[in-house]
Ligand binder design. Structure first.
Ligand SMILES: NC(=O)C1=CN([C@@H]2O[C@H](COP(=O)(O)OP(=O)(O)OC[C@H]3O[C@@H](n4cnc5c(N)ncnc54)[C@H](O)[C@@H]3O)[C@@H](O)[C@H]2O)C=CC1
Ligand SMILES: N[C@@H](CC=O)C(=O)O
Ligand code: NA
Length: 440
């Protein structure tokens, strides 16, 4: 006989200890309250927060949590006898977040976290700790916020051999690039708005310098290729170099600019890279705007697939955290990287300099005779073939004009050599902006 709603509601609750009551922590408390009926039904028992650790007890979080047990040291949640599951929502790869997660796993408690930095940097040792103590470690919210990205790769694609994984992995950067393109607003102005909306990390340079996307790519690649990928092996570029001019030129050329994370596997190892890219305007990934993320995977049997949704913010992220908690209540857990830890071995990484593709190069050059000849001579010497060129005298700044070159597919090493020699010309007045073109 199936249980009625009344039966499950009277079962022993699964008790949570939540560390960090910021955007995601407060969002989780509100979601657990507002959706308590469906969550209880789906989890088969009530889920309730019994203890918390946060810095400010008096802050208005949109929900009254004053009656709960408050720990001044978050690590104490790991030994609190009234806590079954530790939920870590502080952030950062070191300090309290790491100590708490390690202490909870050692105590045999299940852990749910949204912390991509922690998983990207210490994923291997945490997987071993989780296995040794038979304590599940779930982290759906760590990649692409509300998109079930981890589940898609680890469970949905468990049977396939994945060749590549990646996508738009940072909501803050996508929000900034979209707003700059649509409204012409300033970078710093839009970043402040993303911070207010709760999208950005505590230190937003983690977002705009590509590090957060690299954390997420490391996690996705580790899941996709079944072994932990070294975070330090990921090539990382952020979006600070992208100016309003690039967004305009990209549009003229039929592209949009997106911060992409991409990891590919070959016999020679895994190549993982985060960088702004031009993507053709008509492709699905070019249409993913604002705070939305998209994860793209390609497997030998499944082919290519893309999942899209909100990548940041209280609601979407809390939804992913709560889904992990329901999985724990259901007893539905899997090893951290989807395979037994005894099968894990270090991944060989391939340098990003082996990339091959087309490039966009924006220069600021003196408006005088012979400049283009000097530049094209360097490209010829480096074996880089030009596909098109745009010069915009109307965008003239003092004595300089922007000049955009688009190349045919070429080796990254050849393009980087050309860029360096062009940058050294005295007619080139600012650091060239070099953006890869990805054809999805
Ligand atoms: N905000 C978002 O959209 C998303 C965030 N995440 C991740 O979720 C985690 C939390 O992020 P947010 O809620 O946005 O950050 P937040 O900065 O809004 O909240 C973190 C909270 O932890 C508190 N805290 C710091 N040190 C503490 C300590 N030692 N003990 C107790 N509390 C402490 C802070 O006072 C703050 O209220 C991070 O790992 C972040 O990367 C993941 C996906 C999306
Ligand atoms: N700062 C992150 C939050 C979610 O992971 C982002 O902007 O994507
Ligand atoms: Na997710």
């Amino acid at each position: 006989m199936s249980s009625s709603k009344g039966d499950v509601a009277s079962k022993t609750p699964l008790r949570l200890g939540v560390a960090g009551l910021g955007t995601v922590g407060a969002g989780l408390a509100i979601l657990l309250r507002d959706n308590a009926d469906i969550i209880t039904k789906r989890a088969g028992r009530p889920i309730e927060i019994t203890a918390v650790a946060a810095r400010d007890k008096t802050r208005d979080r949109g929900i009254d949590l004053s009656a709960l047990t408050w720990h001044s040291n978050a690590v104490d949640l790991a030994s609190d006898p009234n806590v079954d599951v530790v939920v870590e929502l502080i952030g950062g790869s070191e300090g309290t977040a790491r100590s708490l997660v390690e202490a909870a796993l050692k105590a045999g408690k299940a852990v749910v976290t949204a912390n991509k930095a922690l998983l990207a940097v210490h994923g291997d040792s945490l997987a071993r700790l989780s296995a040794a103590n038979n304590a599940p470690l779930l982290f759906e919210a760590a990649v692409a916020g509300g998109i079930p990205a981890i589940k898609t790769v680890r469970e949905g694609l468990a049977a396939d051999r994945l060749l590549s994984i990646g996508g738009i992995l940072n909501g803050t950067c996508n929000y900034i690039l979209t707003a700059m393109r649509e409204t012409g607003r300033d970078f710093s102005d839009v970043l402040a708005e993303a911070q207010e909306l709760g999208y950005a990390e505590a230190d937003p340079s983690t977002d705009v310098d590509g590090i957060d996307a690299a954390h997420k790519l490391t996690i996705l690649a580790s899941l996709a290729f079944g072994q932990p990928v070294e975070f330090d092996s990921v090539h990382v570029e952020g979006i600070r170099c992208i100016g309003a001019l690039d967004l305009t030129f990209a549009r003229t050329l039929g592209y949009r600019i997106k911060l992409l994370g991409l990891a590919r596997q070959s016999e020679r190892g895994v190549e993982a890279r985060v960088a702004p890219c031009l993507v053709p305007e008509a492709t699905p990934i070019a249409q993913v705007d604002g705070v939305f993320n998209a994860v793209i995977a390609e497997g030998t049997f499944v082919g290519r697939l893309m999942v899209e949704g909100r990548g940041a913010g209280a609601g979407p992220t809390a939804s992913a955290v709560a889904a992990d908690i329901i999985d724990i209540a259901r007893g539905n857990t899997v090893p951290v990287w989807g395979t037994d830890v005894t099968t894990l071995k270090a991944t060989q990484s391939r340098p990003a300099s082996e990339w091959h593709g087309a490039f966009y190069l924006r220069l600021s050059v003196a408006d005088r005779a012979g400049v283009i000849a000097d530049i094209t001579a360097i490209l010829r010497d480096c074996g880089v073939s030009l596909s098109s060129m745009i010069q915009h005298p109307s965008a003239k700044q003092e004595q300089n004009v922007p000049l955009v070159l688009v190349t045919h597919p070429t080796d990254e090493s050849a393009m980087q050599a050309a860029r360096q020699r062009i940058a050294a010309l005295d007619v080139v007045s600012a650091e060239p902006v070099l953006i890869r073109i990805e054809n999805f």
